[in-house]
Design a protein around this ligand. Structure first.
Ligand code: ADP
Ligand code: MG
Length: 259
């Protein structure tokens, strides 16, 4: 039997070794082991399994926080029956995160409200579960940071923010016009990440319109060339999910909602 004094010593050891879960669960697990007459191996396995999963969970929580997602929504929470596309199999293939190993970019295209950001975040969460470092940003926020960096002579430092994470999510390309300097900075970033770490991009504009989005056909072509060389495009069609309830209630027709 474990004496109270011994339990206290064991808990102190756990604390010292930062085995917080074991510290919390030790007493109950010791009792369980006594009741079930568990072997030494079973007991140790029970303690370590709980510690390992607790640490893994904390790690995921911390890295989810660091990724700065606008919301946390999983692929599992995506309603595949609502939109005719995306192709569930294609997205599930991406959820294995092989695209990160092979360095393939993912571009999610579709009108507003169809779940581009949701899918990007869902894939980002999968990447975190696979142990990758992930960062979410919008095109506008990233370009504002890079532009500021350029004017303060700290461009290198700011570029690193976006090149260090193994997976970078750039949301909302095409909503706001990008000026010439912005287009140049975007190109620099994509060139740096090219064949190093992949990006997931979302856009409401088809590739043919990217010349206008970037205000320059040549730069847009150069950006697309690098993105699509190793790139997977996922096209989402259908009605805005945001307006789903209104459409259901007959306040709006589907076609009006997406136009
Ligand atoms: P987009 O980025 O394409 O404009 P979002 O990803 O922001 O759209 O989606 C708008 C809202 O609708 C979010 O709250 C998202 O979770 C939800 N949503 C969109 N499509 C679906 C879907 N098929 N299943 C579940 N939720 C969805
Ligand atoms: Mg969005």
């Amino acid at each position: 039997m474990t004496t109270p004094a011994q339990l206290e010593r064991l808990q102190e050891h756990c604390q010292h070794l930062r085995l917080f879960k074991s510290r919390e669960r030790l007493e109950a697990l010791l009792q369980d082991a006594t009741t079930t007459e568990a072997t030494y191996g079973d007991f140790l396995e029970a303690v370590l399994t709980e510690e390992v999963s607790s640490k893994a969970e904390k790690n995921v929580t911390m890295r989810t926080h660091l990724a700065r997602f606008p919301f946390v929504k999983t692929l599992e929470a995506f309603d595949w029956s609502y939109q005719p596309a995306p192709d569930k199999k294609q997205v599930q293939g991406l959820a294995t995160c092989r695209f990160i190993e092979t360095g393939e970019n993912v571009i999610l295209l579709g009108p507003p409200g169809v779940g581009k950001t949701h899918l990007a975040v869902g894939l980002g969460l999968k990447a975190i579960q696979h142990g990758y470092r992930v960062l979410f940003t919008t095109a506008a926020a990233m370009l504002a940071t890079l532009t500021k960096g350029l004017s303060e002579n700290r461009l290198e430092e700011k570029l690193k923010l976006y090149t260090v994470p193994r997976l970078l999510l750039i949301d909302e390309i095409g909503y706001l016009p990008i000026d010439r300097q912005g287009a140049n900075l975007f190109f620099q970033l994509i060139s740096r990440r090219y064949e190093r770490g992949p990006v997931i991009l979302t856009s409401n504009q088809s590739f043919t319109n990217w010349g206008e989005v970037f205000g320059d056909r040549v730069i847009a072509t150069a950006i697309l060339d690098r993105l699509l060389h190793h790139g997977i495009t996922v096209t989402i069609r259908g009605d805005s999910y945001r307006l789903k309830e209104k459409i259901k209630a007959g306040l709006l027709k589907g076609a009006e909602a997406t136009s």
